[in-house]
Design a protein around this ligand. Sequence first.
Ligand code: NDP
Length: 308
Amino acid sequence: MNIVYKSDPERGRRWAALFAELAPEAQFRLWPEVGDPETVDYLIAWQPPDNLMQRFPNLKVLFSVGAGADQFDYAGLPPGLPVVRMIEPGLTQGMVEYVTFAVLGLHRDMPRYLHQQQCGEWQPHPVMPAARRRIGVMGLGQLGEASLAALTALGFSCHGWSRTPRDLPGVRCWAGQAELPDFLAASDILVCLLPLTAETRGLLNRDLFSGLPHGAALVQAGRGPQLNQPDLLAALETGQIRAAVLDVTDPEPLPSDHPFWAHPSIWLTPHIASQTQPESAVASLLENVRRFERGEPMTGVVDRQRGY
Ligand code: NDP
């Protein structure tokens, strides 16, 4: 097994140590020290190098170092090359923590109280019980499902929306465009955990916001280009949306004069909702390689037709 890692070099050194421990038989190399390129079987990357197949003519699988695989230019990849995104427990746990933090912060009105604090204002507002707060999660995949499990355990009234019908314990599930309006109407706090595809690009826009209950809140931890930024600012202006927690933007980072930075109703984090954790990721990747070598299906293979 000959593997090249091309991503953050510091984390790569952690990957190298874990490979040495868990798969000593593997040839694990950190880009750009790739050894004989003809012998490279697997590439783990956020961005593959240009002319990938000329560089590694015998490449068998391209693994994304992250949960998304929307960053790849598929036109430049051979149709038969499997592309696999990262599914690993550390990444899922990170997103569960972020979504729980953001939903609790919005549920307990923290943007408003932080603003009041800055104004020296001591003004309590009614506290709504979790059971009456409806949370709508868009995307019921690895991350959406795990986040909803945590939110149901906290007692929230949970709703979820996906492309195809799903069935999750304690969650009212909705599917497809036809059921989107009913799902939105039932979402006091909307959480986006969708992959970036042609269908989800720009989806968080004025039309969608107008379908939410007045004064709803938004958590955006999917991908930046899903959000129409002027439409969010307009919805915050009218109070249709009362606050937003944004982990992803377009571009990243935003320009220094962008209105999101100083907006009193926006919490902005620099794409840290969740990160691949080498300790658990190496084990997941090795399991996938073993499956591939045994001719079994891998987990997380991107369906290029579907776009995720
Ligand atoms: P999955 O592929 O496991 O799940 C995707 C979910 O989105 C599925 O439920 C799918 O529906 C649904 N979906 C896709 N397209 C549509 C659509 N057009 N309409 C309705 N539902 C749709 O992905 P993950 O849960 O692992 O990850 C989700 C995304 O989270 C990633 O793609 C990435 O963009 C983002 N992410 C962000 C991070 C951050 O730090 N901010 C970190 C990691 C991921 P169906 O079930 O029918 O297939």
